[in-house]
Design a protein. Structure first.
Length: 181
């Protein structure tokens, strides 16, 4: 049990953006063994500092902090960034197929909880915070999960995400999922 309370915030500093990038690197599919990927899950995309900052300028990312340190994040990605990350272009193509034009959505560009803080409700808390923060501007949070990332898929379903579509792109099977807010 944590002695200090987890707090949830929008990103407010360059230091917090750098902490996101460090957490992302530590949990990258390219960094983890196959066994770790299966057990712990993984993140696929590696963002540049510039892109992460530009995304944050339009819609600040969500973070969870413990004792002043970033221990989890959920990235906010507006549709205007659809061509900035090549591996995500097929996701936006699929979104265009399944989302009606009147639905206001935001893409959760990536979520990650530091390994030593998993299983303590932070994933759920981060999505709750994100939904609360964004519900006046958006109807749904949409993201995709690599179908082989069963830990992430199960975690997203447990907080209420529903499968909108499944598809194959970039040599992977993907689940396009959405959470009504």
């Amino acid at each position: 049990m944590l002695k200090t309370e987890i707090t949830y915030h929008r990103v407010r500093s360059d230091e917090e953006l750098e902490a996101i990038l460090k957490l992302q690197e530590a949990n990258s599919k390219a960094t983890l063994s196959s066994a770790e990927q299966i057990k712990e899950g993984f993140v696929t995309v590696k963002h540049t500092t510039d892109l992460l900052e530009r995304m944050n300028n339009f819609c600040p990312h969500m973070i969870a902090k413990y004792d002043g340190r970033v221990v989890a994040y959920a990235l906010c990605m507006l549709e205007s960034f659809r061509n900035d990350i090549p591996i995500l272009i097929p996701m936006f193509t699929e979104i265009d197929k399944v989302v009606t034009t009147d639905l206001r959505y935001i893409v959760m560009g990536q979520i990650c909880v530091a390994k030593s803080y998993r299983g303590q409700g932070i994933f759920r808390g981060l999505y709750h915070y994100m939904a609360t923060e964004l519900q006046s501007d958006f109807d749904m949070i949409i993201t995709e999960v690599d179908a082989s990332n069963t830990r992430s898929s199960g975690a997203h379903r447990s907080v209420g995400f529903k499968v909108l579509d499944t598809y194959h792109a970039n040599d992977h099977d993907w689940e396009l999922i959405g959470l009504e807010i």
